[in-house]
Design a protein around this ligand. Structure first.
Ligand SMILES: C=C(O[C@@H]1C=C(C(=O)O)C=C[C@H]1O)C(=O)O
Length: 256
C-alpha cells in the first residue's frame, strides 16, 4: 500500500491485508500496557498531585497533546491514514509537504472518532488489558506512554474504515448512491458488513492471543492478554466503530 499511489490504497485486498498487519501492532501494544495496573489517576481530569499548569484535562490528555504537537511538526498528520486526537492543536510541519494525491473525499478529515475511541479505551479496554485494578504512581509516565501507543494503533485501524468505505463506494457506486440518497443507514450497514471477514478476524485473534499472549517460559501460566478479552475488544469496539466510520463517511460521500 503506497499512499502516493491511490490505486494500491483503494484495493480492498490491500486494505484487508493492512488491517491484518495492524492486529499484531495492537496486540503487542496491549501486551506492553498489560505490564501495569489500571492507574486511574492517569485518566482523571485535574487530579490533585498530577495537576498540570494551565491545562484542563487528564495527565494522559496532556501527554497525548504534547506528542501530537511534536509529531504534527514532523508531518505525521499530512498522511491520510493518521487522525489526530487534538485536531485544533496540531502545528505546521517543519518538513516540506509530501503533497499526497487525493484518495479520500475532501471531508475525510472531519470523520474523526478519536473522542469516542479514547473514552471507550479508558473506560472499557484499560480494565481488560491492565495487569490488575490498582495504582502505581511511579509508573504514570510509562502507563501514559503505553496508552498513547495503544490509542494511536487503535485510531489508525478504526479510521481505515474511510479507505474501506471509499473502496466499496467506487466498486458499487450506483448501489451506494441510492442508499445514501435514501439515507438508508440500515441498508448501508447491511451492504458494508462482511460477516465472513469479521468471523475470520475474530478466530485469528484468538490464535494470535494464544501464541503472542503467553510467555512460553512462564511456568505459572500467567497470560499477558487473554483471547476472550481481545475478541471482546475487537467485536464490541474495534469492528463496531470501524463500521460506524464507514457509514459516517458514506453518508457524506455525495457531498464531495
Ligand atoms: C473492514 C471491512 O468492513 C467491515 C468491517 C470489518 C472490520 O472492521 O474488521 C470487517 C468486515 C466488514 O464487516 C471489510 O469489509 O473488510
Amino acid at each position: 500500500m503506497d499512499f502516493t499511489n491511490p490505486e494500491t490504497v483503494l484495493d480492498l485486498r490491500n486494505i484487508r491485508d493492512e488491517l491484518v498487519r495492524m492486529e499484531d501492532t495492537i496486540i503487542f501494544n496491549f501486551i506492553e500496557r498489560s505490564r501495569f495496573p489500571t492507574c486511574p489517576p492517569v485518566y482523571e481530569k485535574e487530579r490533585p498531585g498530577l495537576a498540570i499548569p494551565n491545562f484542563n484535562g487528564s495527565f494522559l490528555d496532556w501527554a497525548l497533546l504534547q506528542m501530537e504537537m511534536v509529531q504534527s511538526q514532523i508531518r505525521r498528520f499530512e498522511s491520510p491514514d493518521e487522525t489526530p486526537f487534538f485536531p485544533d492543536h496540531i502545528l505546521k510541519p517543519i518538513l516540506p509537504s509530501v503533497n499526497y494525491p487525493p484518495i479520500l473525499a475532501k471531508f475525510a478529515s472531519q470523520v474523526n472518532y478519536n473522542g469516542k475511541i479514547k473514552e471507550i479505551y479508558e473506560k472499557e479496554m484499560v480494565p481488560l488489558i491492565s495487569k490488575y485494578d490498582g495504582d502505581q504512581p511511579e509508573n504514570y509516565g510509562s502507563v501514559a506512554t503505553r496508552d498513547i501507543e495503544c490509542l494511536n494503533s487503535l485510531s489508525r485501524r478504526i479510521h481505515f474504515g474511510k479507505f474501506v468505505a471509499e473502496a466499496k463506494f467506487q466498486a458499487e457506486e450506483k448501489m451506494f448512491t441510492k442508499l445514501i440518497q435514501e439515507k438508508d443507514v440500515e441498508g448501508l450497514m447491511k451492504s458494508i458488513t462482511n460477516s465472513a471477514v469479521e468471523e475470520k478476524i475474530l478466530h485469528r485473534l484468538i490464535r494470535k492471543a494464544e501464541v503472542y499472549g503467553i510467555d512460553p517460559t512462564n511456568n505459572k501460566g500467567e497470560r499477558r492478554i487473554t483471547p476472550e478479552y481481545l475478541v471482546k475488544i475487537y467485536k464490541d469496539f474495534v469492528i463496531t466503530i470501524t463500521k460506524e466510520v464507514e457509514i459516517d463517511y458514506l453518508l457524506r460521500r455525495l457531498s464531495d
